[in-house]
Design a protein around this ligand. Sequence first.
Ligand SMILES: Nc1ncnc2c1ncn2[C@@H]1O[C@H](COP(=O)(O)OP(=O)(O)O)[C@@H](O)[C@H]1O
Ligand SMILES: [Mg+2]
Length: 315
Amino acid sequence: MSDLIVTTNNLSKSFGDVQAVRGVTFGIRRGEIFSLLGPNGAGKTTTISMLSCLIEPTSGDALVDGHSIRGAPQAVKEVIGVVPQEVALYQSLSAHENLLFWGQMYGMNGNILRQRIAEVLQTVGLADRAKDRIETYSGGMKRRINIAVGLLHRPRLVFMDEPTVGIDPQSRRNILDTVKTLNEQGMTVLYTTHYMEEAQELSDRIGIIDHGELIALGTQEELSQLVGQEDVVELRITEMQVTPALLQALEQASGVRQVNAGDGAVSLIVEDGHAALPELIATSNRHEARVTGVSVREPNLEAVFLHLTGRALRD
Ligand SMILES: Nc1ncnc2c1ncn2[C@@H]1O[C@H](COP(=O)(O)OP(=O)(O)O)[C@@H](O)[C@H]1O
Ligand SMILES: [Mg+2]
């Protein structure tokens, strides 16, 4: 048995002129949490849709637990659980009824199905709400039931496509903890996100995807090394005071590699953060920008993305 549960080989998908996924090749190890991290439109959902046999690749192939997504989609579907980005639930039915419906679609029934339903409701922490109609649920709770549906047939491998977008912090926390628990119980997880904090918290390994291409892959440590010994300096400056002239001046300060503005702060990748600080602050002062806070840290995934693409992940 291969230690890779998923291998993709030059996987590509075009929609007309749009090359959504361009020759993506990677492997997911059994038992790991593997994240695909990338901004909106990077090709995450398209990749997941191909691996779930919902859409056909334009070229390339992938093996899921040894089965080709092109040649043996039925066998692939038995191995995987899919949690799509969009919630697919009947609003006027209870959570329990929705799970019954989906379970029967998967060919389960009777006591086994009831037991599985109880199990997955427990897993997502909504057992006490099982009898309430979905329309009474918050967005985050609906997402959690969506996850429960994907787990019903006890898949060995689960695909979760941005499960925390646009939900309350409590549900987000619950979902991240659920992913970890499932993984501790032996499930392999492919998780997509554009939140680097999530990728950082969850992942054994991370693939960074941008414009349909896998531009880096590795553990966080390996990815951080791509940025080298550089530091990330963050200067807190009110957005109104961040002028193009200031950004240009900061770019020209000594040791500065990259400058990016957003969210009430200017982040810079610099050779040596502490050495650069006095000049950066003096430059800001000269441009009448008041620095209200400063941090210097080792590169995180945001810095890796910035380093590889010249853009911030959150843009
Ligand atoms: N069905 C489709 N028809 C045309 N273009 C699509 C379709 N699905 C996705 N795309 C395009 O493919 C690119 C990748 O999309 P997607 O995989 O949804 O990215 P992500 O999930 O990372 O946000 C985007 O440019 C998107 O507009
Ligand atoms: Mg998507």
